[in-house]
Write a protein that binds this ligand. Structure first.
Ligand code: FES
Length: 111
């Protein structure tokens, strides 16, 4: 039986491949676990507000009635990208969770 010989550069490539694959797998799994950990820290279970002004102890907005033109639509689901204004994100939230939240709409009487 003849012994098969590979060129030196092919042996080097296969050695690097044997090291690179496990390192890549460990890095991918580690990255996934870290992202899951960070995600759980920022989205604590049971919290309504998952991402708006999380550095503040309390999120409060105040508006003067005179500054509202004819109608203002405020978010109550805490999912709006334009918070405190409603951007329609409650629809997706309701579809995904079975919830029934919607905005607070303030209109002037004649509007
Ligand atoms: S986006 Fe929150 S109530 Fe509409």
């Amino acid at each position: 039986m003849t012994k098969m010989m590979f060129p030196y550069h092919i042996c080097l490539f296969s050695e690097h491949f044997l090291v690179a694959v496990p390192v890549a797998v460990v890095a991918a799994v580690g990255g996934f676990l870290v992202s899951q950990y960070l995600n759980r820290r920022s989205c604590k279970k049971g919290q309504v507000n998952t991402c708006i002004n999380k550095d503040s102890p309390k999120v409060v907005h105040s508006f003067d009635m005179e500054d509202i033109a004819t109608k203002a639509v405020y978010c109550r689901c805490w999912k709006s990208k334009k918070f405190p204004y409603c951007d329609g994100s409650h629809t997706k939230h309701n579809e995904e969770t079975g919830d029934n939240v919607g905005p607070l709409i303030i209109k002037k009487k004649d509007a």
